[in-house]
Design a protein around this ligand. Structure first.
Ligand SMILES: *[C@@H]1O[C@H](CO)[C@@H](O)[C@H](O)[C@H]1NC(C)=O
Ligand SMILES: *[C@@H]1O[C@H](CO)[C@@H](O)[C@H](O)[C@H]1NC(C)=O
Ligand SMILES: *[C@@H]1O[C@H](CO)[C@@H](O)[C@H](O)[C@H]1NC(C)=O
Ligand SMILES: *[C@@H]1O[C@H](CO)[C@@H](O)[C@H](O)[C@H]1NC(C)=O
Ligand SMILES: *[C@@H]1O[C@H](CO)[C@@H](O)[C@H](O)[C@H]1NC(C)=O
Ligand SMILES: *[C@@H]1O[C@H](CO)[C@@H](O)[C@H](O)[C@H]1NC(C)=O
Ligand SMILES: *[C@@H]1O[C@H](CO)[C@@H](O)[C@H](O)[C@H]1NC(C)=O
Length: 394
């Protein structure tokens, strides 16, 4: 498509998505797993889940994270251990945080064939600043949502997008026609001392964007663009993935149509409320959002008296896994993302992580995987050969 047409399209949409991109992080297979730290903890103090997050070595030994025979990354909940004899049983899971933060001027693309689902199962894919909530949070795949009532928790079908910020940040209701998703709550501000808030939530209208429906159509792609114009998120079911996603072409959000969720800078400053973002992927069980009886009963009440009583039985967790084709981060050419570095390695340390540490010097995109070693040319070559091997697309 000629550049003039792209510009016209972008103008028509009223969105400044017409930018050029370079590949910064290309995470698939073992590269994906090497790019994350495992945030080990005995329980989930934030969301009160009935879960234990394993260290990397323990998770690998328990086969909770591995690359399957199709080259896809599996990230799963333990569905082998019978916890019936332990009244305080916490099921093993993993909580992954990227070693390499994303900077403003970045586009994240996540392609999965399956996401975790089932009663009590709570998957999350989001990015968060190192200081939370001062540096913000961008929720790409989340299940929660107390405000919107019981109908959509535990076995819901539609994904939610959200932002969380510590200062004044809203999604204006006038934005309704600039996005395809439904405005669900407009206040992005979270004040931890005031308890759990869900941020400014947009509900995806496509019914296969979450849970079993997502998996049954072969999964799909989530994309998140964070730049000085604002924050935009898209969802594409497997049959609707744009041709410039997933292959050797560079992504071109200007051709994707309206975003599912669009948070313009005019009412939420993306430079001020969001710092370098750590990509976070985990699976929680029960916890604050799935456990309250009024939420649990609505979709899972016929299965058990309460959420906690499901946790001990491993057969409830056969669908509780991510099956990931790839996660890629692209930088806008000329943006700060391609030149600046945070120089820090956020998150708790893990043993044996193969991810390289970030560097704050130089004008090359930062290194995370082998794909960035050797500069742009090498990245392109690896990018192409990986695609040719069929690792990166269905
Ligand atoms: C919303 O769309 C209208 C119509 O295309 C456009 O004029 C306006 O600039 C857009 N607003 C934002 C904040 O994207
Ligand atoms: C690690 O996981 C726990 C939940 O078990 C969470 O409360 C904590 O915030 C996570 N650590 C970081 C640095 O996000
Ligand atoms: C992990 O998978 C390997 C290979 O399939 C198997 O031999 C091993 O027993 C599994 N370990 C556990 C703890 O399930
Ligand atoms: C947004 O939510 C925060 C946190 O609950 C609250 O302090 C603030 O007053 C709310 N803002 C508006 C405009 O309702
Ligand atoms: C990019 O970096 C420059 C210099 O550090 C800073 O002044 C500017 O605000 C940054 N722009 C964005 C969009 O973060
Ligand atoms: C959940 O249900 C089980 C079985 O009825 C009961 O023993 C347990 O106390 C309940 N737990 C909570 C947290 O309500
Ligand atoms: C656990 O879940 C996986 C994936 O759904 C499935 O293949 C396996 O048979 C399940 N059961 C056990 C005991 O591993």
């Amino acid at each position: 498509m000629p550049f003039g047409r792209l510009t016209l399209l972008a103008t028509t949409l009223g969105l400044a998505y017409a930018q050029k991109y370079t590949l910064s992080q290309d995470l698939a297979g073992q590269n994906f797993l090497n790019a994350f730290k495992y945030n080990e903890s005995d329980h989930d103090p934030t969301n009160y889940g009935n879960v234990k997050y394993l260290s990397q070595s323990a998770a690998v030994a328990a086969n909770l994270t591995y690359v399957d025979g199709n080259g896809r990354v599996i990230v799963k909940v333990d569905n082998k251990t019978n916890g019936v004899t332990d009244p305080n049983f916490g099921r093993n899971s993993v909580y992954l945080m990227s070693t390499q933060p994303m900077n403003i001027g970045s586009l994240l693309i996540f392609d999965a064939a399956h996401m975790p689902f089932g009663c009590s199962v709570w998957p999350s894919l989001f990015t968060q600043g190192q200081n939370w909530p001062q540096q913000g949070e961008i929720d790409i795949v989340v299940r929660l949502l107390l405000l919107t009532g019981p109908a959509f928790v535990n076995l819901e079908t539609n994904n939610r997008f959200s932002l969380k910020a510590s200062d004044t940040c809203v999604q204006p209701s006038s934005i309704a026609s600039n996005q395809t998703g439904t405005i669900t709550s407009t206040n992005c501000t979270v004040v931890p001392s005031q308890g759990i808030t869900e941020g400014c939530v947009v509900t995806e209208t496509k019914q296969n964007s979450f849970g079993s429906g997502f998996a049954s159509q072969g999964g799909g792609v989530f994309a998140m663009l964070w730049d000085a114009n604002g924050i935009a998120m898209w969802y594409f079911g497997r049959s609707g993935v744009p041709s410039n996603i997933g292959g050797t072409a560079l992504p071109d959000p200007a051709t994707w149509g309206k975003a599912s969720a669009w948070y313009p800078a005019s009412s939420c400053d993306p430079t001020k409320h969001f710092g370098p973002q750590i990509i976070t992927l985990y699976i929680d069980i029960c916890g604050a959002f799935a456990n309250p009886p009024e939420i649990f009963d609505a979709t899972c009440g016929t299965k058990a008296p309460n959420c906690s009583s499901l946790v001990q039985d491993p057969t409830n967790y056969n669908d509780a896994y991510w099956e990931i084709n790839y996660l890629r981060v692209f930088n806008q050419v000329g943006s700060n993302a391609s030149t600046s570095g945070s120089g820090s390695n956020p998150g708790p340390s893990s043993t044996g992580s193969g991810g390289t540490s970030s560097t704050s010097s130089g004008d090359m995109p930062k290194k995370t995987s082998a794909a960035s070693v050797g500069g742009a040319r090498m990245r392109e070559l690896l990018f192409m050969s990986a695609s040719l091997l069929g690792l990166l697309s269905l």
